[in-house]
Design a protein around this ligand. Structure first.
Ligand SMILES: [Zn+2]
Ligand SMILES: [Zn+2]
Length: 212
């Protein structure tokens, strides 16, 4: 059998892509199991898919970055507004507790915005910070008078209320929400899980393993 391109030359290998026989001159230098034509085709395809993956990564990075920056800044602004306009301080102790609570949530919202900024800049600690501030948004509960809720941005939550009456539900919010309180008058037992940060953490993990 002779080379597909050079009829005067004897064939020396079979291209594993097009299955034609070629002489060694038609063999690709780098991918020696392919002929030069098939190798070029393969390289083009690879570059195209690599480019597409890079674009998707960039899109995801921008989306997550801006989502956290916007929800974090809105949350921080919201804390200031609520603190300045709707808080009645009755005693020194309640003032201290309120300032502490508002300080904590104000700080958390700023951390969400910072995580978004670092994600945009593709900094390593952007991922770490995102894991922490998103994980804090997964649970919300009210147990023995202690209530906790922290949401920056979207929330789709599955809730289960046991006391005062059994209640199960799916809730959807677009607004930032926060709550950390203790009261001994209310008997409520409630637990809910926010799915949005779980999805964000899943994609964060998936993107890391794919591109490293
Ligand atoms: Zn070929
Ligand atoms: Zn040839």
């Amino acid at each position: 059998m002779n080379c597909f391109h050079h009829q005067e030359q004897a064939s020396e290998f079979e291209c594993s892509q097009c299955k034609q026989h070629y002489c060694n001159e038609c063999r690709d230098h780098f991918f020696s199991e392919y002929c030069t034509v098939c190798s070029e085709e393969k390289t083009k395809l690879y570059l195209r898919s690599h480019h597409k993956a890079e674009q998707n990564k960039q899109l995801w990075r921008n989306g997550l970055g801006w989502y956290q920056i916007i929800s974090g800044l809105i949350g921080a602004a919201m804390m200031i507004i609520v603190f300045l306009f709707s808080i009645k301080i009755s005693s020194f102790l309640s003032a201290v507790i309120l300032i502490l609570l508002f300080g904590i949530f104000f700080g958390l919202y700023l951390l969400v915005a910072a995580a978004g900024y670092f994600i945009l800049k593709d900094k390593r600690h952007g991922r770490k910070l995102t894991v922490w501030v998103q994980a804090l948004q997964i649970p919300s509960f009210s147990i023995l008078g202690l209530s906790y809720k922290f949401i920056a941005g979207l929330s789709v939550s599955l809730g289960l209320q046991l006391v005062p009456n059994l209640n199960m539900g799916l809730n959807f919010y677009i607004l930032n929400q926060f709550n950390l309180s203790f009261s001994n008058g209310h008997h409520q037992l409630f637990l809910s899980i926010n799915i949005v940060p779980i999805l964000i953490l899943y994609f964060l993990y998936k993107n890391r393993t794919e591109y490293r």
